[in-house]
Write a protein that binds this ligand. Structure first.
Ligand code: GLN
Length: 288
């Protein structure tokens, strides 16, 4: 029986994904096949005319079927890139977004001005924020999450990326997992912030596959900020900073909440598309 080659599979992938309305079908089918064969882009190019086994062909069409159902590519290949590093992802965690790199950039900027010895990332999910910060030289980074399943993904990532000695992952609701730890120089968070009614309107990749627990921020999307902002004061050192990712329309409300809770120098940062994306504030006096 003659076997099909990689080039033919790629062509099938491109056609099927285009028919399902997936943009970038050619690129995505290449990424799926590279994943199945365990090869790099260059290696696949060299092997395009080689026959593939019926098992690979079958698995490729299974992956294509999931992708046509809008399962995110990152879950299919169990990988998402963040700050230039590969993170393992499963459906237990939100897929790291480029938007969140704005938060990392702000944290690194803060660290340059005032060295961060110890920090915590709340609602850490895959652990992409604390692991990146640890690898970029920020002292010790905790990650907390209410989901044990998410934390096992984060622990796998810290091991894979070699940040185990500089990170620890703790289960608990928001900051409560930090009870008994030293006061933090910095707290970061990318909490769930999509208003409940809007979750249903998100693209199917997000709505049907990413954890609701990581997306749904309550009626107006601000539930977690209302709890986290006042609570974080207890866990920050005097002059410590709180930095959070926000939805594009939430800056004014979150800034107000921070000022009401006694944060000073509250600033809003924009993402590359010019949308409000991060709010930062500092504790001026002793939190007591
Ligand atoms: N930025 C994500 C999205 O738009 C949501 C992330 C979150 O709720 N923290 O899908």
């Amino acid at each position: 029986m003659s076997q099909n080659n990689a080039r033919w599979l790629l062509q099938q992938g491109r056609i099927q994904l285009a028919q399902a309305g997936i943009e970038e079908g050619a690129l995505e089918s290449r990424i799926l096949l590279e994943y199945l064969l365990g090869v790099s882009r260059e290696q696949l190019l060299l092997r395009e005319m080689d026959p593939v086994t019926p098992e690979v062909e079958e698995r490729f069409f299974t992956l294509l079927a999931h992708r046509k159902d809008h399962m995110p590519l990152q879950y299919l290949v169990e990988n998402a890139w963040f700050w230039g590093r590969p993170f393992y992802v499963s459906e237990a965690v939100l897929i790291p977004r480029p938007d969140t790199e704005i938060l990392v950039e702000a944290a690194l900027q803060f660290h340059q001005e005032e060295p961060v010895r110890v920090m915590a990332d709340i609602c850490t999910g895959s652990g992409c924020i604390p692991i990146t910060l640890a690898l970029e030289g920020v002292g010790f980074c905790y990650g907390t999450d209410i989901s044990e399943a998410a934390l096992s993904v984060a622990r796998k990532n810290t091991k894979n990326l070699g940040a185990e000695k500089q990170t620890a992952f703790l289960v608990g609701d928001l900051c409560t997992a930090l009870q008994g730890k030293e006061p933090m120089d910095l707290i970061t968070a990318n909490p769930p912030y999509i208003p409940t009614d809007e979750v249903a309107k998100l693209m199917p990749e997000v709505r049907d596959y990413e954890p609701q627990l990581a997306l749904d921020g309550g009626q107006d999307g601000l539930d977690f900020y209302r709890r986290l902002i006042p609570q974080s004061r207890t866990y920050l050192r005097p002059k410590g900073a709180l930095m959070m990712e926000i939805g594009a329309s939430q800056a004014a409300a979150v800034k107000e909440e921070m000022e009401r809770s006694g944060f000073r120098q509250v600033k809003v940062l924009q993402d590359l598309a010019g949308r409000d994306r991060v709010v930062i504030g500092r504790i001026e006096c002793d939190a007591g």
